[in-house]
Each structure stands twice: as structure tokens, then as C-alpha cells.
Design a protein around this ligand. Structure first.
Ligand SMILES: [Zn+2]
Ligand SMILES: [Zn+2]
Length: 86
């Protein structure tokens, strides 16, 4: 959790807290991230997704609403070739 104090002027001050995962930089280039990898994890982390933060440039978008990190984009494409049910 990251909190900062915002001074609106006129004596009005508020504290704004952001969840850390919303302010993580892109995993690849360090720019502000807009997307998280949607790849479903297996094993002990099953039911979660990879969630690597990425900017729009570094994510591989899959219509209609999936985004993959570079490692998982490669896995997804490979899975397609082998006709695995991704
Ligand atoms: Zn990036
Ligand atoms: Zn991923």
C-alpha cells in the first residue's frame, strides 16, 4: 500500500492510498503498467493468474480480453500448435 498526502489548497488535505499492484511499473520496460498477464497458473497457485504487470506495448493482446506476458504468449502459441486446450 502506497499512501501520499494530496494538498488541494484552502486547507483541504486528503490522503490517497493506492494498492501497490496498481502502481507497479511494466515488468519489461519500466513504464507505467496498464495490463496484467491473464495466464492461469497451475499447481499451488492454481486459480490465480500470472499477473505480471505490463504496459500496452509489451503485452501480447489476445481478443477479446486477454493479455499475455512474453513468456506466456510464447506458451500460448506453442500450445496452439500442439492443439492443447488453451
Ligand atoms: Zn512495457
Ligand atoms: Zn504471464
Amino acid at each position: 500500500m502506497t499512501c501520499r498526502i494530496v494538498n488541494h489548497g484552502g486547507g483541504l488535505v486528503s490522503i490517497v492510498c493506492m494498492r501497490g499492484d496498481q502502481t507497479k511499473p511494466c515488468h519489461y520496460c519500466g513504464r507505467r503498467s496498464e495490463k496484467l498477464c491473464d495466464f492461469p497458473l497451475r499447481g499451488p497457485k492454481a486459480a490465480k493468474t500470472c499477473d505480471i504487470p505490463m504496459c500496452a506495448n509489451c503485452a501480447t493482446h489476445e481478443p477479446p480480453d486477454k493479455d499475455w506476458c512474453k513468456a506466456h504468449a510464447a506458451l500460448v502459441m506453442k500450445g496452439r500448435d500442439e492443439k492443447l486446450p488453451f
